[in-house]
Design a protein around this ligand. Structure first.
Ligand SMILES: O=P(O)(O)OC[C@H]1O[C@H](OP(=O)(O)OP(=O)(O)O)[C@H](O)[C@@H]1O
Ligand SMILES: O=c1cc[nH]c(=O)[nH]1
Ligand SMILES: [Mg+2]
Length: 219
């Protein structure tokens, strides 16, 4: 897996991450969602530099201009819930992409720290020979990304896979490296050292789905 770590270089994106993490700022849900969306835009822009381009002639009022344009058929897939604002950010730039939505959530069958990932909803076009951009802002154990990719196999085989995330844990990234094809790209804003006993990223930011949309009942 090729890992592209956005915060290795300082940029204005640092500020978006700082606000997502900050306990005094992250309670503003609109700002929280918008910061994830902004990172979707920044990560999408970086990713776009690795696509294939075809020379294209554009007619201006005064003549012809050559503008190389992306030559890949992109399917943008996001993992509900917290993937939604990241999806919006990516879609702001890849505005003519096809779209898939898939759900994944942590189910605690015994009401303790052990959980399984349940994938229940999938709506997707064919992925055959397309460029799949799979987005989820949190990469903790990596099990949601991996289980979702398994569920997507029924939709065909993409030519290229780009994973987009905001905060990842080292352990989860290592697990994903063993599960995804070698030529997969991971575009991630920042990487944290640890997971706690509940599988949360430390220092992380907390529960991204809840911070975007409010708490949910366990069932
Ligand atoms: O790498 P993992 O260990 O699988 O954890 C990451 C997943 O956890 C969060 O979803 P959650 O299950 O909280 O669902 P939600 O988005 O509905 O809150 C997050 O959005 C990822 O999908
Ligand atoms: O730290 C984490 C781990 C999983 N899901 C989250 O939203 N945050
Ligand atoms: Mg959650």
């Amino acid at each position: 897996m090729h890992i592209h770590h956005l915060l290795e270089n300082n940029s204005i994106a640092n500020k978006f991450i700082a606000q997502l993490r900050d306990i005094n700022i992250q309670t503003d849900r609109m700002r929280f969602r918008r910061n994830i969306e902004r990172l979707g835009e920044v990560l999408g822009y970086e990713l776009s530099k690795h696509l294939n381009y075809n020379d294209t002639s554009v007619t201006t009022p005064l003549g012809q201009a050559n503008v190389p344009l992306p030559a890949e058929d992109i399917v943008l897939c996001s993992i509900l819930r917290a993937g939604l604002p990241l999806h919006n950010g990516l879609l702001n730039y890849f505005d003519d992409a096809e779209n898939s939505f898939i759900s994944a959530y942590r189910h605690h069958p015994d009401n303790d720290e052990k959980f399984e990932i349940l994938v229940e909803y999938l709506a997707s076009p064919s992925l055959d020979n397309k460029t799949l951009i799979l987005a989820d802002p949190m990469l903790a154990t990596g099990r949601s990304f991996v289980n979702v990719m398994k569920a997507l196999e029924s939709m065909g085989t993409p030519k290229n896979i780009h994973l987009v995330s905001v905060i990842g844990a080292k352990e989860g990234i290592e697990y994903m490296q063993s599960e995804f094809p070698e030529n997969t790209h991971l575009w991630i804003a920042t990487i944290d050292e640890e997971l706690n006993e509940r599988g949360y990223i430390v220092p992380g930011l907390g529960d991204a789905g809840d911070l975007c949309y409010g708490t949910k009942m366990q069932h």
